[in-house]
Design a protein around this ligand. Structure first.
Ligand code: M6R
Length: 610
């Protein structure tokens, strides 16, 4: 999704903005631009395509003692083109604006402004904002921005600069994230910490309906139409080095290989030396948690798959009714509550900024549900707006395809299930001890799977020319099948579908022929025999089977065109293990097809529009 970066201070402006834009690029973008005010004059540059194009345009320039704003655009209204790229400038080219979000009433505003004589250059919704600011600007930019945003319906994070007010960047937020980075005699703005973390770790998170004036030595934040407010300064614990590729060809591969360390970190964060589980940021009383009668999990994409696995675990070990829904669907359905206060909405989100998920928790809060969130990015909007948070502690995830955070989500959901099972007395101490003992072996198991990367690469290359894949699994590994298919299609653009294996015969089996690879997730489990039957149904129709099975299961090899083994582990932990070969399979297929795995076409890392 779109990204914003801005700087005011004495240093060379353009490298700060360009590096910031590069660091935002993982969010997904199709064009980029910059506006600067120096010596009271505004200049701006924008290009469709890669940031490199923009860089080539400005590389000979040096602008110091200045301020500027930059933007990466992910098209919503209007195609990807130079004219639709941000910044958008006012008619007189004295004001520049960058915007993230969607202005829902832009058509009526555009009509009105056109009547007043404003000429629009782009097809975007964003451009109306700069024309509105121009309409209201006499000599005070802050006042004009404040008036303009009051005319808007929708979501926005905006940053505005103007020639008439050359020492300030004015920013405002409603519904889209915006962070202010604090420096000494310099300040920054960004839609995400990645763009500014090399410069400062002291940040202020803007909340909805706030406006801020960013000057070299000052930051002033007010509620729209209200008094100045004092906000908490937060210290960021992530290091800039975590955002580097560290010798790997792609962030995705680096993040896949980081998984054993991520899991070890989660174990050390949440399991005490006396084998008790502790979640420091669950601000719900233990007795209230023990009384929860229903969990409603809502999430998107990979996080939704983690939620599906959470349902299996929570129902099995805590005997608590657990529903899972896509955030984008849940938000618009009737939320039916028993009125007894025993229901908790669980949001799962890596970024903590996914607009659909955020909208759900806001709606659920209005209906008096408590919100428990599993979030990776500390300080994100979902983190700040939840009653209780479990951090997934996977560090910055830059690859658009979620990998290490998925495993982290599964680990955290598993730990939460055990914690809740203890509170609800549905798990005995012996069961808990055994579950934790097994869990602690997971990093080693993941390392053993990573050691087979060459074999998985060879399998990936063998099937890379297939134009379609089916993934099947049962029980806890039905969501694994969905996740395997999602990974493949998002980075390789090959059509792939995940099914519960038992559903094959109800329709999808018609697709099977000798050209179709079927990835069969078949570790040792309660439904292993049924799975074996489903694999044979595929074989009988000449489908190509790539089987993921448990080490030592030699008999299944006779049904496999290719086989990948995972270490023997309890069924509940197999989704964590099978995810790794599925990630590597997708990665190596995409590499073979020469796809941009870290920034796949059309995709955004953090989807901040509904
Ligand atoms: O940040 P979130 O976990 O809320 O994001 C949800 C999805 O957008 C995300 O998982 C997406 O599906 C990934 N690209 C999957 O790899």
């Amino acid at each position: 999704m779109c990204g914003i970066v801005g700087y005011i201070g004495d240093r060379d402006l353009l490298p700060i903005l360009l590096v910031g834009l590069e660091r935002l690029s993982y969010r997904g973008y199709d064009s980029a631009g910059i506006a600067a005010i120096s010596d009271g004059e505004m200049s701006y540059w924008k290009r469709a395509g890669k940031i490199r194009e923009l860089e080539d345009t400005v590389k000979t320039l040096s602008i110091t003692h200045a301020m500027g704003i930059g933007h990466t655009r992910w098209a919503t209204h209007g195609e990807s083109s130079e004219i639709n790229a941000h910044p958008h400038v006012s008619q007189g080219k004295k004001i520049a604006l960058v915007h993230n979000g969607i202005i829902e009433n832009y058509l009526s505003l555009k009509k009105q402004l056109t009547k007043e004589g404003h000429i629009f250059r782009s097809q975007t919704d964003s451009e109306v904002i700069v024309h509105l600011i121009e309409r209201y600007l006499h000599d005070d930019l802050e006042e004009a921005v404040e008036k303009a945003v009051q005319d808007l319906t929708g979501t926005w994070a905006i940053a505005v600069v103007a020639e008439c007010d050359p020492d300030k960047i004015v920013v405002a937020r409603k519904g889209s994230p915006l962070i202010i980075g604090l420096g000494k005699d310099e300040n920054y703005i960004s839609s995400d910490i990645n763009a500014i973390i090399t410069h400062t770790k002291e940040v202020v998170y803007m909340d909805d309906d706030e406006i801020a004036i960013i000057e070299k030595q000052n930051v002033t934040i007010r509620k729209i139409g209200g008094e100045v407010i004092t906000k908490k300064v937060n210290h960021i614990s992530w290091d800039a080095i975590m955002q580097e590729k560290g010798g790997y060809d792609h962030f995705m591969l680096k993040e896949i290989y980081e998984q054993p360390a991520v899991i070890r970190n989660i174990i050390s964060k949440y399991i005490n030396s006396d084998n008790t589980i502790e979640f420091k940021h669950i601000n719900l009383e233990k007795q209230d948690l023990a009384r929860v009668s229903r969990f409603i999990i809502q999430a998107c994409g990979t996080s939704w798959h983690a939620g599906l696995i959470g349902k299996y675990l929570m129902e099995k070990y805590t005997r608590t009714l657990t529903e899972v829904d896509f955030s984008s669907e849940f938000r618009y359905r009737q939320m039916i509550t028993d009125g007894a206060g025993g229901e908790v909405v669980v949001a799962i989100s890596q970024s903590g900024e996914t607009a659909d998920t955020l909208a759900c928790i806001r709606e659920a809060k209005c209906k008096f549900y408590n919100i428990l969130s599993f979030v990776n990015v500390k300080g994100s909007t979902i983190d700040r707006e939840s009653n209780a948070v479990i951090y997934t502690h996977s560090g910055p995830e830059i690859g658009v395809a979620s990998t290490k955070n998925y495993l982290a989500q599964l680990m955290c959901v598993y730990l939460f299930t055990i914690y809740l099972g203890q509170l609800k007395w549905t798990l005995s101490q012996e069961q808990v001890d055994l579950m934790l003992q097994n869990l602690k072996r997971v990093p080693e198991y993941v390392e053993q799977i990573l050691a087979q990367a060459d074999k998985i690469k060879a399998i990936a290359e063998k099937y890379s020319s297939s134009r379609e894949f089916i993934f099947i699994g049962r029980g806890l590994n039905y969501p694994s099948a969905l996740e395997g298919a999602l990974k493949l299609k998002e980075i390789s653009y090959i059509h792939a579908t995940g099914y519960p294996a038992g559903e094959l015969k109800h329709g999808p089996i018609a697709l099977i022929d000798s050209d179709l690879p079927v990835v069969c997730i078949a570790p040792q489990s309660a439904t292993y025999d049924k799975m074996l039957g489903n694999i044979q149904e595929v074989r009988a129709r000449k489908g190509k089977t790539i089987i993921i099975a448990t080490e030592g299961d030699e008999s299944i090899a006779q049904y496999a065109d290719d086989i990948i083994y995972i270490p023997l582990a309890p069924e509940d932990l197999t989704p964590i293990l099978v995810a790794v070969p599925l990630q590597l399979l997708a990665y190596y297929i995409a590499i073979k097809l020469d796809c941009d795995v870290d920034q796949p076409r059309n995709l955004a890392k953090s989807v901040t529009v509904e």
